[in-house]
Design a protein around this ligand. Sequence first.
Ligand code: MF3
Ligand code: CO
Length: 250
Amino acid sequence: MIELKSTRDREKMRRAGRVVAEVLEILRRSVRAGIPTRELDQIADQEIRERGGIPVFKGYHGYPASVCVSINDQVVHGIPGNRVIQPGDLVSIDLGAIVDGFVGDAAFSMFVDHPPNKRAEELLRVTEASLYKGIEKAQAGARLGDIGAAVQEFVESHGFSVVRDFVGHGVGRQMHEEPQVPNYGTAGRGLLLKPGLAIAIEPMVNLGQQYVQVGADGWTVTTRDHSLSAHFEHTIFIDEDGPEILTAIS
Ligand code: MF3
Ligand code: CO
């Protein structure tokens, strides 16, 4: 069942989105060479709670932290710990919070100090831009496949690959609601998008091949070919006037 949100729900989702956006901005400024990823988790946890939120990742299917920190060939779901961030690392930060019963979910990637090379820099730019290609298609009257097709076409036109094994999702009272929102697909196919639909669009893009694997910790997803991977995500609310990005920095 796909739940359409009311105007009241939307107000609450705006608040959850704002908390996530603010805390992600703090994390962006905190990421630097020499910091153990555990410290980013402590910052995330504290800053979410100070804003009246609850970290939604913590305890989700047993996930042990409040944020995901995925580095270089890690695609998503990296668990913060003792690993120390290095200059040139590609760091992806994914954060979710629940505020007054509704969830906000967003992610970004960044290089620490400098990108290691031109192609890596292009991966970051293209992945972020692909998210906005998808968001543009999140319009009432369009189809779910329009979103995935737009992301995929843009990514592949630059010679990168879209991860298939993980996808975006509906979002609301739960972090993961129907429908699934793939970053690949066929324009004109799939679910008809309606006003009141809230979704998280989250392209995961690899510099090399699309294939990924889950590590021994049961969480960390890495590229099989160990190529770099980037990830950007926003929570979006669709209404008659188009998509509203609930997790944007304003
Ligand atoms: N943004 C991710 C998602 O939507 C984060 C989930 S991490 C988890 O799937 F640990 F909570 F699973
Ligand atoms: Co998500």
